[in-house]
Design a protein. Structure first.
Lengths: 897, 356
C-alpha cells in the first residue's frame, strides 16, 4: 500500500476543494449570508450549532440535496435525535432502493448501528455494495466494519481491502474518505498505515473532526494517552461541543465535567452515558451505574462495551445467570466476540481476579487467535500471578503483531531491566532486584520479610500460597509499568497483586521502606485470605493498621487531618470508602483515604476485637452484599455501623482536643510514599514577614487557646529570631497540645535545634527521642541518637537507633560505620562481617581501607580464607599498608583471634 | 632527565585529521615512566595556583575559598612554603582576609612574570604543578583560560610551559569548558587533568572541590603510602563528582579526564593498566623524604628488600592481563607475604634501635 502522501494528491485535493467551493458559491439557493445552505450547514455542524445545522442543511436543494440531508442527519445524531436522524434520510430513499442513494443509505445504516439495529444496517450496506460497481469508500468501510463487529471477519476483509486498494490506485481524494481508508487499515490490523492515513486526512482537512477523533481512538486503543489527548484536543479546539471528542477526553483525563457537558449536548450518546456509568462503577455506585447502563441498552441493545462491563461485573460477583444473559445478548448479534471476552478478562484483572482474568483472556484468543490485544491482556495477568515466562511469551506475540501498543512494549521493556537483576530467595520469598540492592538492601530485607511472614501467618492463622515474588525496581517508571502497564502511577511506591509485590527501590525513596514492605506483605495475607476479593479500603486499612502493630512508631498519626475532616464533615461513609481512593484529587486526599480506612479497622479492633476483624475479612471470600457481611459479623446494618463509627470518631476528635484553623493546610502524613505534604511554616514564611506572622499567630491564640498550629508557627518564628526562651515556651505548649503531630518541622525538632544551639546536648537528645516516637522518616535524628548511645556504651540503644536510620536509608555509609562499630563493640563478628561487606559496596574513596576492614572482620569471624582474599586485594593496590600486611600474615597463620 | 618534549602545538593543526589514527595507535604511546617524575628527595616541588576573574559574589567567594584552601593544604600537609607556592588571584587584590597569600594578578603579565620568576629558581628534576580555577571557553586553538584583560589561549600557555623542559609538569585545569585549553598543554612527560571532556561542558564544575578534598589530610591516598599521587587525587575527585550528580538526581554536566602520555586524548577512567594513568600514578604532590638516614645496616638492607618486593608487586600488577587469574594471585600472594614479613622484620630492627 502506498504509505506516502504525494504532492500530486495534495494538489488534487486542494484543487477539488476549490472546485467544491466555487460550485457551492454558484448555487442558486443561498442563505441570507449569501452562502449555500450546504456550505453554511457544514460550518454550523463543524462549530457545534447542531440545531441550526439541521434546519439549514434541509434547505439544500438540487445537486446539494442528498448531501444536505446527510448533513441534517448527522446534526440530528449529534443531538441524540436518532429517529429524526434516520427518518430525514430514510424519507429521501425512494422505494428503499438503497443502491440508487448510496450516501443517504450509508448514513441511515450508520445511525441504525448506533441504535443497535446491526442486521438492518448490514442489509442496507450490502444492497449498496452489491448494487454498485464502485460503492463509495465510506460505504465499503462502514460495511466492512459492521461485518467485523458481527463476527463475519472473513467476509469483512475483502470489503475493507477494496477501500484500501482504491486509495492505492489513487482514487481516494477527500479527507473524509482518506480517514475511512485509515479506519479500514486499522480494522485490518495495519496500524502503521492507519496512523499515516489519519495524519494525511487531518493534514488535508484540519477541520475533519471525525478523523481527529478516530485517530485519537486509535491512540487510545494503543494506550498512547499523550497523542490521543492531542487528537481529541485538536477536535475540541475546532468544536468544543463535539461529543465524541469530549468522551474521548474524559476517558483519558477522567474529567467528569467534560462528560456532563457531552451528555447535555447529546443526552442519548451511548459512549458518554456508558463512560459515566463506568465512572460510577469505579466508585462502587453500582446501582446508579446500572441505571445508566440500562439507558445505554435502551438506546442500543448491541452496545458491546456496556454488555461486556455488565458481564464483567456479573463474572466478578459470580452471578452466573446474569453473566449468561449478557453473553447470550452478545452472541445474538456477534458470536464468539473476542473483544467482549478480553474486556471481561481486563476488568477482572483490574479487580485483582488474575486467575479468572487469565481464563477469559485464553477464551478470547480461542475465539480469535488474531486478536492481538488478547495476548497483552493474557500476558499482563499471567505476570501478576508470577507466571513470568508464559506472560512474557504472550506479550511478545502481542508486540510482534501490534508494535504500537504502548502497554505491551512498556511491559516487555521491563523484562530487559529484569534481565539485569539478580534473584535471591529466602524461605518464603523470591526477590528480584538490582545487584546494588542485592548488596545493600537484601541483608536487611530478608529478615524483615521472614519476620513479617512468621508474625502475620501466626496472627491471622493463614498461610498464603508461596513463594511470594517481590520485584524491587530502581527506576520508578519500570515499577509503574510493571504494576499497571503505563509509566505514571502517581504517588504509589508499592503494589501487591496477591502473590506478587512490586516495589520502588528504597534508594529512590525518602520514606521508611521497612514500613512499606510490611504494609505490602499484609496485603498478601488479606488478598489471599479472600481470593483477591478484598475491597481496597479494607485491605489498605488493615495494612496501615498492621504497620502500627509491627512497630509502635510506624503507621499514621494525622490528628489535625482528622479534626479538620470531622469539622468539615468530610469523613466518608463506609460504603463510599473506596471512592476515597479512586476519586482522590490530590496526594492529601489519597493519604486521608488510607488514614480513614485505618481508622475503621482500628475501630473494629478496639470496639469488637481482633477476632471479629478476622471474621470480617473472611466474609470477603464469600460472594455477598456488603450489608450482609456487616450483619453477619457485627449484627448491624451498614447505617448502624456507620453511626457507631461516627460516634467513635467524635470521641477520638474530642480526645485530640485541638483547634484547627481553616487557613491551615493539611501537613501531616508525609513520607508514606504518597507524595510530599505541605510545609506550613514554609508557606507562611512566604505570606508574612516575621513581625506580622507573630502578631497574626498571637491573635489566633487569643481567639482560640488550643490552636496548635499557631503555637508551633509562633515558636518557629521566635526560633528564627533566636528568642530561644519564648520559642521554647510556645513550642512546648504546641507539643503538649498534640504530641503525636507528624508534620514538618515538629515542635520536638525545633526544640532540639534550640537546645543544640544552646549547647544543651542532653535536652537536644531528649527532644530527638520524642521526635522519633512519632516521625519514622527522619534519618539524621536517628544517627545523632545512635552516635550518642555508642559514645555512652549503651549498645542496646545504639542498635535501636541504627536500625531506625537503616529503615529510612540503608544506602549511606555512616549508618553502616556505626553498625560495624556496634558489632565490634558487642563482639558480634558475624554482624561485623555483614556491615563491612555492605560498607565495601558503598565505599568510593578508600576501597583499600574497606577491604582491609572486611578482611579483619572475616578473620575475627573465623573465615581465614575470605580474610586472605580480601586483604590480598587491598594489598594489591597498597602493598606497603602495614595494617593489611599484618592481617595477611594472621590469615595464613590461622591466627584468627 | 631526558628531554623528549614534543610540543603539542606542532601537531595541533594535524590533530583532527589524524585523530582516528591516534586512537588506534594509543597502545604504542604508553609512556615509559622511567624518564619522568623520578621523585628524588633532592627535588623541589612548586605549585602555581591561577584563579581567573568571575562574575557574582557567590562564584567569587567559592573560587576564593577553594584557592585559599588549596594554598593552606599544600603548606600544611605537603611541605610547601611561600617560596614554593604562587597564587595569582583575579586582579591581585591586596585587601581582605587572606590577601597576604596572593602573589599577583591573574592577567597575562602576571602569569608571564610568575613563570619567568619560577624559571630563575627551578633546577632539573623539580616539579611544577599548575592549578587553574575559574572559567574557560572555546575549542582547539581558540580555547582560552579567562583571565583579567585579554584571555590566554592554550597555545600561549603551552609556550610558557615550553620553557620548563627540565622540569616535570602537572596541570590541573578545573575551569568550565577546560577541555580545549587542557588539550593544548598535552605533551609527553606531562600530566594534564581536565575537569571537562568537551567545550560544551560549560557550567562551573565542582571537580575542584573534590580534588582539593583529595589532597586535604591525604584523603585521596588509596594505596596507603601516606602520599597522594595525581592519579589518586583524580580518581577521588571523579568518584565524588559522579556521586554528587547521582545524589542530586541530575545528569552530570562535567566529566573529568586525564592525559599523561602526550597524545591529547584524555582518558575518563585512567588506571595503571591503561594508556593514561602510569605517569599520574608516580606524580606525587609532595617531595619524597629520605628516611634511610641513621638506620642500622640490617634495616637498610631490609628496606632495600622491601622496595624491591614492592617494585615486583607493581610489575606483576602491570602484567595482570598476561596471567590466568589463579596464577596471578598465587604469585601476588607470595610477593605480598614476603613483603609483609620483610616489613615486620624491618620494624623490629627499627624498634630495637629505638629501645637501645
Amino acid at each position: 500500500m502506498a504509505k506516502t502522501f504525494s504532492l500530486l494528491r495534495l494538489l488534487m485535493i486542494s484543487g477539488l476543494a476549490s472546485v467544491i467551493a466555487s460550485t457551492a458559491l454558484a448555487q442558486d439557493d443561498q442563505t441570507n449570508t449569501g452562502e449555500t445552505p450546504l456550505f453554511r450547514g457544514e460550518q454550523l455542524l463543524m462549530s457545534g450549532s447542531y440545531a441550526a445545522a439541521t434546519e439549514i442543511f434541509q434547505m439544500a436543494d438540487g445537486l446539494d440535496r442528498n448531501e444536505g440531508l446527510v448533513g441534517a442527519s448527522k446534526a440530528f445524531a449529534m443531538m441524540g435525535n436518532y429517529q429524526e436522524a434516520m427518518s430525514v434520510v430514510q424519507n429521501a430513499i425512494e422505494a428503499n432502493d438503497y443502491a440508487r442513494f448510496p450516501l443517504l443509505s450509508t448514513q441511515l445504516a450508520e445511525i441504525k448501528r448506533v441504535v443497535g439495529e446491526s442486521r438492518e444496517a448490514l442489509a442496507i450496506l450490502k444492497s449498496v455494495v452489491d448494487g454498485l460497481e464502485d460503492a463509495p469508500v465510506r460505504t465499503l468501510v462502514q460495511y466492512g466494519s459492521l461485518l467485523k463487529f458481527v463476527g463475519e471477519k472473513e467476509t469483512a476483509s475483502p470489503i475493507l481491502d477494496q477501500a484500501v486498494q482504491r486509495y492505492n490506485n489513487g482514487l481516494v481524494f477527500s479527507s473524509e474518505d482518506v480517514a475511512m481508508v485509515a479506519l479500514a487499515s486499522w480494522l485490518m490490523d495495519n496500524f502503521h498505515d492507519a496512523n499515516s492515513l489519519f495524519s494525511e486526512a487531518t493534514r488535508a482537512n484540519p477541520n475533519n473532526l471525525e478523523a481527529h477523533v478516530l485517530w485519537g481512538d486509535l491512540f487510545l486503543e494503543k494506550y498512547n494517552m499523550a497523542d490521543a489527548e492531542r487528537s481529541y484536543q485538536e477536535a475540541l479546539d475546532i468544536n468544543s461541543r463535539y461529543v465524541p471528542a469530549l468522551v474521548g477526553m474524559t476517558q483519558i483525563t477522567g474529567d467528569e465535567r467534560a462528560l456532563q457537558r457531552a451528555m447535555a449536548i447529546n443526552p442519548n450518546s451511548t459512549a458518554a452515558i456508558q463512560t459515566y456509568a463506568q465512572l460510577l462503577m469505579v466508585n462502587e455506585r453500582e446501582d446508579e451505574a446500572q441505571e445508566y447502563f440500562d439507558k445505554v441498552l435502551e438506546i442500543n441493545k448491541e452496545s458491546l462495551k456496556t454488555l461486556s462491563l455488565l458481564a464483567s461485573q456479573a463474572a466478578l460477583e459470580e452471578k452466573s445467570e446474569n453473566y449468561a444473559s449478557y453473553l447470550a445478548q452478545v452472541e445474538a448479534f456477534s458470536p464468539d466476540n473476542p473483544i467482549f471476552l478480553a474486556d471481561i478478562a481486563d476488568y477482572l484483572g483490574k479487580n485483582y481476579l488474575f486467575v479468572e482474568a487469565v481464563e477469559f483472556a485464553r477464551a478470547a484468543l480461542e475465539a480469535d487467535p488474531q486478536y492481538w490485544q488478547g495476548y497483552t491482556v493474557l500476558g499482563s495477568n499471567l505476570i501478576r500471578l508470577g507466571e513470568e515466562e508464559e506472560g512474557k511469551a504472550n506479550l511478545e506475540i502481542g508486540f510482534e503483531n501490534d508494535p504500537f501498543n504502548v502497554l505491551t512494549s512498556n511491559m516487555l521493556k521491563v523484562f530487559d531491566t529484569l534481565d539485569t537483576y539478580v534473584t535471591l530467595e529466602s524461605e518464603h520469598f523470591k526477590v528480584r532486584m538490582s545487584e546494588h540492592d542485592a548488596d545493600i538492601l537484601w541483608p536487611y530485607l530478608r529478615p524483615l520479610l521472614e519476620e513479617g511472614w512468621n508474625e502475620q501467618t501466626a496472627k491471622y492463622n493463614f498461610e498464603p500460597e508461596g513463594p511470594i515474588l517481590i520485584e524491587v525496581f530502581e527506576n520508578s517508571e519500570d515499577f509503574a509499568v510493571r504494576s499497571v502497564g503505563l509509566p505514571d502511577i502517581g504517588p504509589l511506591v508499592g503494589i501487591c497483586f496477591g502473590k506478587v509485590i512490586t516495589l520502588i527501590s528504597p534508594d529512590t525513596l525518602s520514606a521508611n521502606w521497612q514500613e512499606i514492605v510490611w504494609h505490602e506483605f499484609m496485603h498478601i495475607i488479606t488478598l489471599q485470605m479472600t481470593n483477591n476479593r478484598m475491597p481496597r479500603w479494607l485491605s489498605e486499612g488493615i495494612s496501615v493498621w498492621e504497620e502500627r502493630e509491627g512497630r509502635p512508631y510506624w503507621g499514621r498519626s494525622q490528628g489535625l487531618d482528622l479534626v479538620r475532616a470531622a469539622e468539615q464533615d468530610k469523613l466518608l461513609d463506609i460504603a463510599d470508602l473506596n471512592s476515597g481512593f479512586s476519586g482522590a484529587r490530590s496526594d492529601a486526599d489519597l493519604g486521608f483515604a488510607y488514614f480513614q480506612s485505618y481508622l475503621v479497622v482500628d475501630y473494629i479492633a478496639q470496639e469488637y476485637g481482633f477476632e471479629k476483624l478476622v471474621e470480617f475479612i473472611k466474609q470477603y471470600a464469600l460472594i455477598k452484599e456488603d450489608s450482609a457481611r456487616f450483619q453477619e459479623v457485627f449484627e448491624l446494618s451498614l447505617a448502624q455501623f456507620d453511626a457507631g463509627f461516627d460516634a467513635w470518631i467524635e470521641r477520638r476528635v474530642a480526645e485530640i482536643n485541638v483547634y484547627v484553623h481553616t487557613e491551615d493546610v493539611p501537613d501531616e502524613g508525609a513520607g508514606h510514599g504518597h507524595g510530599v505534604r505541605e510545609n506550613s511554616s514554609a508557606i507562611l514564611a512566604e505570606l508574612y514577614n516575621n513581625a506580622s506572622l507573630k502578631q497574626h499567630m498571637q491573635s489566633r491564640i487569643e481567639e482560640n487557646p488550643r490552636d496548635f498550629q499557631a503555637y508551633l508557627q509562633l515558636g518557629i518564628v521566635l526560633f528564627k529570631e533566636e528568642d530561644f526562651l519564648q520559642a521554647k515556651q510556645y513550642l512546648q505548649q504546641a507539643y503538649n497540645l498534640l504530641p503525636s503531630y507528624t508534620g514538618y518541622p515538629s515542635p520536638p525538632l525545633v526544640l532540639s535545634q534550640i537546645y543544640e544551639k544552646e549547647g544543651n546536648r542532653e535536652a537536644q537528645l531528649e527532644q530527638l527521642e520524642l521526635l522519633l516516637q512519632n516521625l519514622q522518616h527522619d534519618y539524621g535524628s536517628a544517627i545523632i541518637l545512635a552516635e550518642a548511645a555508642l559514645e555512652n556504651g549503651d549498645f542496646e540503644r545504639a542498635e535501636y537507633y541504627i536500625d531506625r536510620a537503616i529503615q529510612v536509608d540503608p544506602y549511606r555509609s555512616d549508618v553502616h560505620q556505626l553498625k560495624a562499630g556496634l558489632a565490634d563493640g558487642i563482639g558480634d563478628s558475624a554482624l561485623a562481617v555483614t556491615e563491612y561487606e555492605v560498607l565495601l559496596k558503598l565505599e568510593i574513596n578508600d576501597p583499600v581501607e574497606a577491604k582491609t576492614n572486611l578482611a579483619e572482620a572475616y578473620l575475627k569471624n573465623g573465615q581465614a580464607l575470605e580474610a586472605k582474599q580480601n586483604v590480598l586485594s587491598a594489598l594489591e593496590t597498597a602493598p606497603s599498608y602495614q595494617r593489611a600486611q599484618q592481617i595477611l600474615l594472621q590469615s595464613i597463620e590461622g591466627d584468627a583471634h | 632527565m631526558k628531554t623528549k618534549f614534543i610540543s603539542f602545538q606542532l601537531v595541533c593543526s594535524c590533530f583532527l585529521l589524524f585523530l582516528a589514527a591516534d586512537i588506534v595507535a594509543q597502545d604504542s604511546k604508553i609512556i615509559e615512566a622511567n624518564d619522568f617524575f623520578l621523585d628524588s628527595p633532592d627535588s623541589t616541588k612548586y605549585a602555581v595556583i591561577m584563579v581567573g576573574p568571575t562574575v557574582g559574589d557567590e562564584s567569587k567567594s567559592k573560587f576564593r575559598q577553594w584557592a585559599f584552601s588549596l594554598h593552606d593544604i599544600l603548606a600544611r600537609d605537603y611541605g610547601y612554603s611561600t617560596e614554593t607556592i604562587s597564587l595569582l588571584f583575579d586582579r591581585g587584590e591586596s585587601q581582605g582576609a587572606g590577601a597576604e597569600r596572593i602573589d599577583g594578578a591573574c592577567d597575562l603579565q602576571g602569569i608571564q612574570q610568575q613563570f619567568a620568576s619560577l624559571k630563575s629558581v627551578v633546577k632539573t628534576g623539580d616539579q611544577i604543578t599548575v592549578f587553574l580555577m575559574g572559567h574557560g571557553s572555546g575549542e582547539e586553538e581558540e580555547a582560552k583560560f579567562n583571565i583579567v584583560g585579554p584571555d590566554i589561549t592554550g597555545i600561549q600557555f603551552a609556550e610558557i610551559l615550553d620553557g620548563f623542559e627540565q622540569q616535570d609538569i602537572v596541570i590541573v585545569n578545573t575551569t568550565s569548558a577546560s577541555f580545549g585549553f587542557s588539550a593544548s598543554l598535552s605533551s609527553e612527560g606531562r600530566v594534564v587533568i581536565s575537569s571537562t571532556r568537551s567545550a560544551t561542558e560549560k557550567y562551573d564544575p565542582i571537580f575542584s572541590r573534590y580534588f582539593i578534598e583529595a589532597l586535604d589530610n591525604r584523603n585521596g591516598d588509596r594505596d596507603k603510602n601516606s602520599r597522594v599521587s595525581m592519579l589518586e587525587a583524580f580518581n577521588y575527585a571523579k568518584s565524588n563528582v559522579e556521586e554528587f550528580y547521582e545524589e542530586q538526581g541530575r545528569l552530570a554536566s562535567e566529566h573529568a579526564g586525564l592525559d599523561d602520555n602526550g597524545d591529547a586524548l584524555f582518558s575518563l577512567n585512567p588506571t595503571t593498566a591503561e594508556v593514561d594513568g602510569r605517569l599520574a600514578e608516580i606524580a606525587y604532590i609532595d617531595t619524597l623524604i629520605d628516611s634511610s638516614a641513621g638506620l642500622p645496616t640490617a634495616a637498610v638492607r631490609l628496606k632495600g628488600r622491601m622496595q624491591e618486593l614492592e617494585r615486583s608487586v607493581f610489575i606483576l600488577r602491570g602484567r595482570k592481563a598476561d596471567f590466568l587469574e589463579a596464577d596471578y594471585w598465587q604469585q601476588m600472594e607470595v610477593l605480598l607475604i614476603d613483603l609483609a614479613r620483610a616489613t615486620g622484620q624491618f620494624n623490629e630492627q627499627v624498634n630495637e634501635q629505638a629501645t637501645q
